[in-house]
Design a protein around this ligand. Structure first.
Ligand SMILES: CC(C)(C)[C@H](NC(=O)Nc1cc(F)cc(F)c1)C(=O)N(CC(=O)NO)CC1CCCC1
Ligand SMILES: [Zn+2]
Length: 187
């Protein structure tokens, strides 16, 4: 079972490596890893389990954060609106790839953090507001999905990890809280 002790922190070189594509269909080992990554996120959002295991509430995790330099990410974003279950996303993506993205940009109003970063780093992290992502699932089936707003932010944050990019790489050091016109602020 994955706990916070398995998550490497900034400074560890694996967080800055470009992770390798995995064979498709994924091996049994990579399928098991993906399942454990998704379970970690679910546990981290369960009050009892999070308390018991001292987990930070996570919505996304990339294999490099477990010191596994493979292009595997897991996302578990609760749907905020029970009427619209599709507003959330819960899946493991093998070899995810952003095929296209909107010109429109977006950022989280409170900025971003990271399970691998044990400090606050203030500043807007500007990303594409909408993306089209292709990925393979555990069975080796290819998917192509369009994401927007928070789901798009989470997946971009995780895909950054498999490319050795940290969220603060996107923050404008001189004006971290400066917002260009037209950037959609997601609260
Ligand atoms: C860094 C941390 C604060 C732990 C962040 N959690 C988070 O946003 N919690 C959250 C949000 C919800 F909407 C519902 C919920 F149940 C819990 C997170 O998991 N990540 C993922 C990460 O570090 N992946 O490597 C950071 C987010 C910043 C923007 C997207 C992901
Ligand atoms: Zn992160």
């Amino acid at each position: 079972m994955i706990t916070m002790d398995d998550i490497i922190r900034e400074g560890h070189p694996t967080l800055r490596a470009v992770a390798k594509e995995v064979p498709i269909p994924p091996t049994a080992e990579d399928v098991e890893l993906g399942k454990e990554m998704l379970q970690f996120l679910k546990n981290s959002q369960d009050p009892e389990k999070a308390e018991e295991l001292q987990l930070r509430g996570g919505v996304g995790l990339a294999a490099p954060q477990l010191d596994v330099s493979k292009r595997i990410i897991a996302v578990h974003v609760p749907s905020v609106d029970p009427e619209k279950p599709e507003s959330g996303i819960s899946t493991v993506m093998y070899n995810p790839k952003v095929l296209s993205h909107s010109v429109q940009e977006a950022c989280l109003g409170e900025g971003e953090g990271c399970l691998s970063v044990d400090r606050e780093v203030p500043g807007y992290v500007v990303r594409a507001a909408r993306i089209t992502v292709s990925y393979f699932d555990a069975e080796g089936e290819k998917h192509k999905i369009r994401l927007k707003n928070y789901n798009a932010i989470v997946v971009q944050h995780e895909i950054d990890h498999i490319n050795g990019i940290m969220f603060y790489d996107h923050i404008d050091e001189k004006n971290p809280l400066q917002l260009k016109d037209g950037v959609l602020v997601i609260e």
